[in-house]
Write a protein that binds this ligand. Sequence first.
Ligand code: GLY
Length: 377
Amino acid sequence: MGTAASDVAIVGGGTIGLSIAWRAAQAGLSVVVADPDPSRGAWRTAAGMLAPITELHYAESALLRLNLASLARYPKLIAELESITGLDAGYRECGTVEVAWDAADLAALRDLHVFGSGLGLRSSLLTGAELRQLEPGLAAGLPGGLLAESDHQIDPRRLHRALTDAAVAAGVRIEWHEVTVEVRDGVARGVRRGDGSLIAAGQVVVAAGAWSSQPSVCDSAVPTVRPVKGQTLRLQLPAEVALRHIVRASVKGSTVYVVPRANGEVVIGASSEEAGFDVTPRAGAVYELLRDAQSVLPELGEAALIEVSTGLRPGTADNAPLLGRTAVDGLVLATGHYRNGILLTPVTADGIAELLASGTVAAELAPFGPLRERVPA
Ligand code: GLY
């Protein structure tokens, strides 16, 4: 392969990289995406909860605003993707029920409800009887819970497929191999393939998830992004069992979520492990997820276990993504989305494509620039 040229080279063909590529191509830029193996991306393991309320962490209000801005963009993004590709992208407005296991959990949910209401987020507290009315499969005796009507879901595997097709239809070239960012004299020049050839590009985006700060991807200007291992399970429910909402719970201090797809598949997640790049499924994590999920939804015990999946979340020092320009001219980051990569796909794609096309930093993305002080380089 000789030298090729494009306006933008994107390292990473996950949902973040592909959605930026698609939007940048729509804005008139020529774009190439390179990824050695997109199936190792966190999107393949992710359950796809779009859950700014029930994933709310105190003291992360800037991130919450970004999450909400992204959630609001989902319906339009999906309508556009589905009309271009003819594919079902797996978006489901199902709401989320957060179940309390005991009185202490119920008190914590009341606090979350009050905190969320103060930020303008809508949720309702539920008694035990109301819980079981909403989800008859829930275990008897649970003391109550919280309904977050606007915490929905997308199937990340369907989304990735649709983004791939839409990006290709918009003229994006995808190369399935490893590349390294080429920096000379403080300026990003493109990406270099393993055979030594260069894809010259005026702008380079690192969207390589947990691998983003590895020297094999880019040896400068990327603050540390560390892999945080997560395991999810895929089960097929018996035909007579139906779940209407995402169900979340903290069972004796251990959190679990159950995300039901329209076809009866459910995704149970997720472990959170600091284990480097090891993606070996851990038996203890499978046991804990099944134990906790089954204790709130006993019928899961009758489901077929169809897959154990392990992925690596891209974690950052402050749990917030790295979005925007770096100290290297022409080098842009779109990584570090940690637990929110699927939720943050629309706002990341729009904001980074705008930056690439016009140089403008979108207001939503401004607090998350990679040069912000609280992130050690
Ligand atoms: N967003 C869910 C998780 O990271 O497990």
